[in-house]
Design a protein around this ligand. Structure first.
Ligand SMILES: [Zn+2]
Length: 471
């Protein structure tokens, strides 16, 4: 492939270090006037890069991208601003210092659990008092939480010549166990570990594959899978993706003790695919249900997804420039073929019931699902079936029903997928799919009010991308 530098650029921030080391700024830039939400912004210089399709203004935006805080009207200087604004919900997330402030008067050990390790073994290896170990594992709050060690778990221990002073174990993202010495022996408690949520913006332009665009933009696989998950009902991420497709994302990053931990939820996103634009906004109603909706309150979900294969296994090495031979085969028969490595999971396109599972002539190993509305879907050439996909079994959308293979009349491993309405074959890629329920009327007003500032933010971000690109 004769690509120049990817027009996707590292367009909004430096790649983050998964170990949580702080991002190394090239230059710190304090933003004061008019940006009350913003503490500090990171400024990087960005080189202008040639773009494959300069005629398409949105596509060109990737060539000189920037990230701007909410409310910023500045749109021209060639800098990349990394904004660290707090979430628009107005929540204030306080900074919490590390649990064990250093320097401490005691020695501390940081232990990482390896396969086969027990607490007893770790205590012996580090010459820690085994009598103290026996005491702390008898504490009701601590016992079970200490016995269940998994490889990779981490423990922090403070001791005084082997005498245990304090032990700290992270339990999950928001809680930890602390065992500390007191006058009567030891006490154990589970403490909260508050998180900070930072809102971020990202832009990506697809040059060869969705995953490559994400990598170029420094986005995590988790984030890009979530993005694909949001639009999976409208976009077939195996066959629909085109060079020049792009996306804008507002999302959350979770920080703890001042360090990046993981990506949080996508707040809103726009995906531009081959001339079509899809938008989705996350909304949590008062009933505790959260989901993604279009700006006018329709669910992004449908009764069927477009692509019933685990596309992450395919598109990671997917090159759209070689896609046409695959597309051409669509006309040859009444289904869609997804070329995929043997063993790639095949997922039910919609909720349904298994009405056929077995060998059927040229289809080889095949499964047929019966759905509501007199719709059936068929999945052929499987290498094997999922154990749960038995005849008569109810299957949920997205549940694995089998694995890609080349049984029956197939020259190479692929999934052959058919969609029938009232017994008549329809093109699974273009057939109008039954809609999921729209937003509950009781929440519609809340939704529209909540969504507007988020949409404005997304559009503002998009405009700055385009404005910068057209300079
Ligand atoms: Zn086929």
């Amino acid at each position: 492939m004769n690509r120049t530098v990817s027009p996707l650029l590292h367009d909004y921030k430096p790649a983050k270090d998964p170990k949580g080391k702080s991002i190394r700024p090239i230059q710190w830039f304090a933003v004061g006037l008019g940006l009350p939400l913003l503490g500090v912004a990171l400024v990087l210089s960005v080189k202008s890069t040639p773009v494959d399709h300069p005629s398409k203004s949105v596509a060109a935006a990737g060539a000189n991208a920037e990230l701007r805080p909410i409310g910023s009207q500045i749109a021209s200087e060639p800098v990349l601003i990394l904004a660290d604004d707090h979430d628009a919900g107005g929540a204030v997330h306080e900074f919490h210092p590390p649990l064990f402030p250093s320097p401490s008067e005691f020695d501390s050990i940081h232990l990482t659990v390896r396969s086969g390790d027990t607490l007893d073994r770790l205590f012996r290896k580090n010459q820690l008092d085994l009598g103290h170990l026996a005491m702390i594992t008898r504490l009701p709050e601590a016992g079970a939480r200490l016995r269940m060690l998994r490889p990779g778990d981490e423990l922090e221990i403070e001791h005084d010549n082997g005498k245990l002073v304090r032990l700290y174990r992270k339990l999950d993202l928001t809680s930890a166990l602390v065992v500390s010495r007191n006058d009567d022996g030891f006490k154990a408690e589970v403490i909260d570990r508050p998180i900070e949520i930072h809102r971020r913006r990202a832009y990506g332009r697809i040059d060869s594959s969705l995953f490559e665009s994400a990598n170029s933009a420094g986005l995590s696989d988790k984030l890009i899978m979530n993005l694909a998950g949001i639009f999976a009902w409208d976009v077939d991420f195996v066959l629909d993706i085109r060079t020049g497709d792009d996306y804008f994302i507002l999302y959350e990053e979770i920080y703890q003790d001042g360090k990046y931990v993981t990506d949080g939820e996508i707040v809103a996103a726009e995906f531009n695919n081959n001339g079509r634009t899809f938008q989705a906004i996350r909304f949590a109603d008062k009933g505790g249900r959260s989901d993604y909706y279009t700006p006018d309150g329709r669910s992004v979900r449908k009764a069927f997804v477009r692509a019933p294969v685990d596309f992450s296994r395919i598109s990671s090495s997917f090159n759209p420039r070689r896609r046409h031979p695959v597309l051409n085969t669509i006309r040859a028969h009444k289904g869609v073929d997804y070329a995929a490595p043997s063993g790639t999971p095949i997922k039910a396109a919609g909720d349904g019931k298994v009405v056929f599972r077995g060998v059927s002539g040229g289809y080889g190993n095949a499964v047929i699902l019966q759905h509501g509305g007199n719709i059936t879907t068929l999945y052929a050439h499987m290498s094997k079936f999922s154990a749960t996909a038995k005849i008569g079994q109810r299957i949920k959308q997205g549940q694995i029903i089998g694995y890609v293979g080349s049984t029956g009349l197939a020259t190479a491993a692929h999934l052959h997928y058919e969609y029938r309405l009232n017994g008549v074959h329809r093109n699974p890629r273009t057939v109008e799919l039954p809609q999921a329920d729209p937003i509950n009327e009781a929440y519609k007003e809340d939704f529209l009010a909540a969504v507007q500032p988020i949409l404005d933010d997304l559009l503002q971000y998009k405009r700055t991308q385009i404005a910068t690109a057209s300079l």
